[in-house]
Design a protein around this ligand. Structure first.
Ligand SMILES: Cc1cc2nc3c(=O)[nH]c(=O)nc-3n(C[C@H](O)[C@H](O)[C@H](O)COP(=O)(O)O)c2cc1C
Length: 396
């Protein structure tokens, strides 16, 4: 799509609508939807709507700043790109586009284990603040190979995702004829034919430059095409993983170690005890467990429990700058976004991802002004008003 259509989007919701027009149904729904009855997905958003912010008037807020220091490094705004598998299916070499937008915005980019561009290529071609997300295979030695690669490629943080002990129940994928590994059938092929723009600009481009993309970060010999049954793929879910496996990673990994998928103070404590430098409070964007809490509601008790002993990051459901401000006011140090920048990437590659990031920048800035805050460091729980939620300021 042209930059003009990117500029027609006025917010994240517009980018999502445009992406829906552009992607085959199975691919759009794979990114957009949740799991089972999508209660967690809806609640992630509803929880933000229950939290109100207190305005403060007649404060000189003309020089507002958003920069933050995270793990000793300055970032231009309190946003990061969460790991997601399919950016390279939404746009040709989409991970490179998204990583470029993150670098230009001065924020961290997390590359997922299942992405289509290799970590070495992202590091070499783009650079910036790069984090690598790790899934643990049941044969943990396979994951350890990736840890070594990420270390050699200069990634600054290892994000270990722990919220998927078993596969998820995404019934719409089955209805749409979308399976992993991908296999062609009447349903998904018809959906592709209905989206010629995506077909020619993404799929055809891959075919013309060597074939379907692969899971380029899988260990050697396992980087099969999307259409192939992969031994590695079958074993990425590991219901026997335990905290001791995290400890092994801690001993292997010299950089920052983050644990993604924490929703309780107890698990936050365990993550610290096993060497984590940070935790990501997340329910995987409502994609995995439909009875999970909204991370924004899980945040306050976790921040209270861990204090300054670890860095608390959060994701899931953030669509507006005001959502980001709410999380920072409760005590998160960084907010990560998944779908929002995927929609931007779908609509306009780097320019689309940059537009998505810019919406957050402008909306955070506007929210800070209404709150009478000059910087994100001014945010605290006095800025919050909880309406109809379980947490009231008195209990926080
Ligand atoms: C299409 C898609 C793929 C994802 N793939 C991964 C993944 O491979 N690893 C991971 O840790 N999280 C993955 N996530 C979860 C994100 O990292 C993040 O937790 C979530 O998207 C945040 O919610 P949001 O999309 O509402 O911002 C994925 C999310 C989406 C939408």
């Amino acid at each position: 799509m042209s930059n003009r259509s990117v500029e027609e989007a006025l917010n994240i919701h517009d980018l999502r609508r445009m992406a829906k027009q552009r992607l085959p149904k199975w691919l759009f729904e794979f990114v957009d939807r949740g799991t089972e009855d999508e209660v967690a997905l809806r609640n992630n958003r509803a929880a933000f709507e229950r939290i109100k912010l207190k305005t403060q008037v007649l404060v000189d807020v003309s020089a507002r700043k958003q920069d933050i220091t995270l793990f000793g490094k300055l970032h231009k705004m309190p946003l990061g790109i969460a790991p997601t598998g399919p950016a390279g299916m939404l746009w040709y070499k989409g991970e490179l586009e998204l990583a470029r937008a993150a670098k230009a915005a001065g924020i961290p980019f997390t590359l997922a284990t299942g992405s289509q561009t290799s970590m070495e290529e992202v590091a070499k071609v783009v650079g910036g603040t790069l984090w690598f997300q790790l899934y643990m295979w049941s044969d943990v030695r396979m994951s350890h190979i990736l840890v070594e690669r990420a270390k050699n490629a200069g990634f600054e943080a290892l994000v270990v995702t722990v919220d998927g002990p078993v596969g998820t129940n995404r019934e719409y994928n089955i209805r749409n004829g979308y399976t992993v590994p991908f296999s062609y059938n009447r349903k998904n092929t018809t959906a592709v034919m209905a989206r010629p723009g995506w077909f020619f600009s993404v799929l055809m481009r891959y075919w013309m430059s060597g074939g379907m993309p692969t899971r380029a970060n899988y260990p050697e010999g396992m980087t099969e095409k999307f259409t192939h049954v992969s031994t590695a793929e079958r074993k990425t879910k590991n219901d026997s993983l335990a905290w001791t496996d995290l400890k092994v990673l801690r001993d292997m990994w010299p950089g920052k170690l983050l644990v993604k998928g924490i929703l309780t103070p107890k698990d936050a404590e365990l993550a610290i005890a096993h060497g984590a430098d940070g935790i990501i409070v997340s329910n995987h964007g409502g994609r995995n467990f439909d009875s999970s809490m909204a991370p924004i509601e899980a945040l306050a008790p976790i921040v209270d429990a861990v204090g300054d002993r670890t860095t608390v990051i959060i994701d899931s459901g953030f669509r507006r700058g005001s959502d980001v401000v709410k999380a920072l006011a409760i005590g998160a140090k960084l907010v990560m976004v998944g779908r929002a920048t995927l929609w931007g990437t779908t609509v306009g590659g780097e320019a689309g991802a940059a537009r998505a990031i810019n919406f957050y920048r402008e909306e955070i800035s506007r929210t800070l002004a209404y709150l009478g805050c000059r910087s994100v460091a001014d945010l605290n729980r006095d800025c919050l008003e909880f309406v109809g939620a379980s947490h009231t300021p008195a209990t926080m």
